[in-house]
Design a protein around this ligand. Structure first.
Ligand SMILES: Cc1ncc(COP(=O)(O)O)c(C=O)c1O
Length: 390
């Protein structure tokens, strides 16, 4: 029987997996107006609060006034403007890499970079919990996919011994987006050398937050120079939009010629580039250090308080703090009840996470106050007890 659109939506609804958007009608600050109500925002990736920072807003306005609103074309046509090159050289300085290349989003970066690096006859070793955009990049590449258990480098070593053939790529999130833990990058570097593989790290959630001056997870773990592709995004801690690959000059040239999401898409507009430039500068100043200290203090307090209240929180140390619930339906009830209490936290269900591991994913910001978070913990505990989660 022909599957109708209506029956497909009904099926998603019946499985408790129907998704919808919520409307924010304020700036993306620690408190936002969501569906008309003031709520504490606990599910934004705007970790340092830069999305409404005056320096980024001013840079963005000035760039629109000077250069207009659009780049008008893809980079290889007439869409390479001064600001693209300035941002690339600023990212390369920041990441201590030979070169950098911009992409229009993290999703576009992963789906462009991976098929540019590997193809049919090659093998990609990918952490089971890698982000969906990495998985889509792998599917587009046509390379053979070998998934390894989450962060299990001993299993990865066995799998590489068995399957490494042709050009090989190891790819991992730096900070896992739904679990908040950090990849064992030193071990991945060791394996990359042993098997002559390339190593790519998606640092969407580490960039701006981890390591000296926010240079990311590879910097934190002392292996920045050993990672072939450090991909990061401007749309999270950096408060802007878009993504970059910090790479060698040679890899940059390959990506310019092979990454289809780079070649066949209009490039980032001036106002976005200027905001990203301001953000990359700002995270390297004492103000950036202060914001990271505030984020880290908020993270510690929130993680400890929820654990003491009896919630199940996967091991981790970053600003992404999931409470494991299990059932998708209870997770969504939890999220709805918190919203009624003035707390905006997203429930995360399959297919974003494996079945049976639905969770509430809280994300912290440097701009949350201590009393915001103390009050939130009380409300979360109250609702959690009422729903039998704790
Ligand atoms: C680990 C990871 N990689 C890539 C992306 C995609 O980045 P963007 O939102 O810039 O497309 C995200 C975020 O959504 C992410 O969490």
């Amino acid at each position: 029987m022909l599957r109708t659109i209506e029956s497909e939506i009904e099926d998603i609804r019946n499985r408790g997996l129907l998704r919808s958007t919520r409307l924010i009608s304020s700036r993306q600050s620690a408190h936002v107006t969501c569906n008309g109500n003031d709520v504490l925002l606990l599910c934004s990736n705007n970790y340092l609060g830069l999305a409404d920072h005056p320096a980024l807003v001013a840079a963005s306005i000035a760039a629109a006034q000077q250069y207009g609103t659009s780049s008008g074309a893809s980079r290889l046509v007439s869409g390479t403007m001064e600001l693209h090159e300035r941002l690339e050289s600023s990212v390369a300085d920041f990441k201590n890499s030979e070169a950098a290349l911009l992409f229009n989003s993290g999703y576009a970066a992963n789906t462009g970079i991976i098929p540019a690096l590997i193809g049919r006859g090659d093998v990609v070793f990918s952490d089971r919990l890698n982000h969906a955009s990495i998985i889509d990049g792998i599917l587009l590449s046509g390379a053979r996919l070998v998934r390894y258990p989450h962060n299990d480098y001993l299993q990865l070593a066995l799998l590489m011994e068995k399957h490494a053939k042709g050009r090989c790529l190891i790819v991992s999130d730096g900070v896992f987006s739904m679990d908040g833990d950090i990849a064992p990058l030193a071990e991945l570097v060791r394996l990359k050398h042993k098997y002559g593989a390339l190593l790519m790290v998606d640092d969407a959630h580490g960039c701006g937050v981890l390591g000296k001056q926010g240079r990311g997870s590879a910097e934190l773990l002392g292996v920045g120079s050993e990672v072939d592709v450090q991909m990061g995004t401007f749309g999270k801690a950096l408060g802007s939009f878009g993504a970059y690959a910090a790479v060698s000059a040679e890899l940059r040239e390959l990506l310019i010629n092979r990454a289809r999401s780079f070649i066949f898409s209009t490039s980032l507009p001036p106002s976005v580039l200027a905001a990203s430039l301001a953000a990359v500068e700002l995270v390297q100043t004492p103000e950036g250090d202060l914001l990271r200290e505030q984020l880290s203090a908020n993270t510690l307090f929130f993680r400890d308080s929820l654990a003491n209240a009896g919630f199940r929180i996967p091991a981790g140390s970053t600003q992404i703090v999931p409470i494991l619930v299990g059932s998708a339906a209870t997770t969504m009830q939890f999220s709805e009840a918190l919203l009624a209490e003035g707390l905006f936290a997203q429930g995360i269900r399959p297919p974003t996470v494996p079945a049976g591991t639905s969770r509430l994913r809280f994300t912290l910001m440097a701009t949350h106050t201590h009393s915001d978070l103390a009050d939130a913990v009380e409300r979360i505990s109250h609702v959690g007890r009422a729903l039998g989660v704790v």
